[in-house]
Design a protein around this ligand. Structure first.
Ligand SMILES: [Zn+2]
Length: 194
């Protein structure tokens, strides 16, 4: 493994370090999200921990592969690889931010950040008091115009909190054809997206 590979490995994995009263370092891969969990003695420097993790890179690759296969077999349905999910989340975050930056000045509203979540029944939500929004991770899989619909929908709630006639006419004003997009979006269910 050369230096460049080492660096990319550090960027690729999320590493959580827990210091304990132990003599040796221990490493495990969390099967929830692929995070590397390192238990290290007090006083162990970050450089030493990093070296330790790097020395285990082959084991990490093999273990995460095995974990993914085991999970796929168990669930009998395709799952998002944890690393893939992280990439998808990052890309969706950029996409949503671009849309928010585009629409806020047009609509004269200002949101207060957003969180991407796995949600079963909603594509998005907006807290009209805090102006914080939530978006469904599965928006990464719908056509971009449908994701745009959801962003405009949540921003419209900053102008009109409830789904009343004013709300829908504002939606239609900003996004002509929004009813069609809404129908299109309703055709996607979380089940199809996984
Ligand atoms: Zn709504």
């Amino acid at each position: 493994m050369d230096l460049r590979e080492r660096r990319s490995m550090n960027n690729r994995y999320k590493i959580e370090v827990t210091r304990k009263r132990i003599k040796n370092m221990y490493l495990r891969v969390k099967d929830t999200d692929g995070t590397l969990s390192v238990s290290a003695p007090y006083g162990m420097s970050d450089t030493e921990i990093r070296k330790f993790v790097e020395s285990k890179s082959d084991w990490i690759e093999q273990t995460t592969q095995k974990m993914l296969i085991a999970r796929q077999l168990k669930e009998q349905e395709p799952v998002l690889a944890p690393f893939m999910e992280r990439e998808i989340r990052l890309e969706l975050k950029r996409q949503l931010q671009r849309l928010i930056d585009k629409w806020e000045p047009v609509m004269g509203v200002k949101s207060a950040g957003f969180t991407i979540k796995k949600m079963k029944t909603r594509w998005g939500s907006c807290n009209v008091k805090s102006h914080h929004m939530n978006f469904n991770l599965l928006l990464a899989k719908v056509p971009p115009e449908c994701a745009e619909y959801v962003v405009v929908h949540e921003l419209t709630h900053l102008l009109e909190p409830s789904h009343n006639a004013r709300f829908w006419s504002l939606m239609e004003y900003y996004l002509p054809g929004s009813k069609e997009l809404r129908k299109q979006l309703a055709g996607f269910s979380a089940k199809d997206m996984i």
